[in-house]
Write a protein that binds this ligand. Sequence first.
Ligand code: ADP
Ligand code: MG
Length: 236
Amino acid sequence: MAPQDKGKGGGGGGGKKGKWRGGIGTFDNMNLLPDILRAVKRKGYRLPTPIQRKAIPLAKAGHDVVAMSRTGSGKTAAFMLPVLNRLKEHDTSGAGPRALILSPTRELTMQTFKFAEDFGKYTDLRAALLIGGDSMQEQFAQLADNPDVLIATPGRLIHHMDEIDGFNLKSVRMVVIDEADRMFELGFSDQVKRIFRSLHESKQCLLFSATMPAMVAEFASAGLKDPQLVRLDSES
Ligand code: ADP
Ligand code: MG
């Protein structure tokens, strides 16, 4: 890593590092598909944050990843970009949802859905939002529309699995647990485990969290395959 990249500076701001654009540790250098890179720029992201710089290449290469960094450090793009990129790279649209992103609350799930729309806007990928309180009718319609990505709270996803004939997660090959610490704090661990049991053996798992309480660490070591650990602690 080059010297200028060390030390403070962190996130995506830092307009003075112009000569770094296109160099090591930039979005241009991550081999993202052009349609996805274009959306990153459109969203105004100039440089990746530290968690993005570390997690995106690992997740993009297909590794299981456990990533920990503080709130506000840019974790959403750190999983969304590799997920969308891999969905486009291995394009088998229409064969059922291939990625699943779980968040603990309705609000967070809606925010994550917005990121999927933003980063996927120049692709034909489709996301479905499955959260409590929304019309079931609308969600059935989204599911009938062959979404590539499901973005859901565990409770509503399980509800759909139980209630909709023929709806299952067999086609899912990538799963993200976002805000894993809150997920477990809020008591969703049994639901998350049940969802995991219904997933295909061969899948990529990404687990993102602001902190790593014992329950989350245990879940990660039991449920993920040789995960790459990315921890930024307070320096992020
Ligand atoms: P976290 O999930 O770690 O709490 P978010 O993914 O919600 O963080 O990101 C926090 C804010 O920072 C969001 O407004 C997001 O759009 C913005 N952001 C994330 N990454 C970048 C980046 N590389 N450049 C500019 N802004 C970014
Ligand atoms: Mg987040």
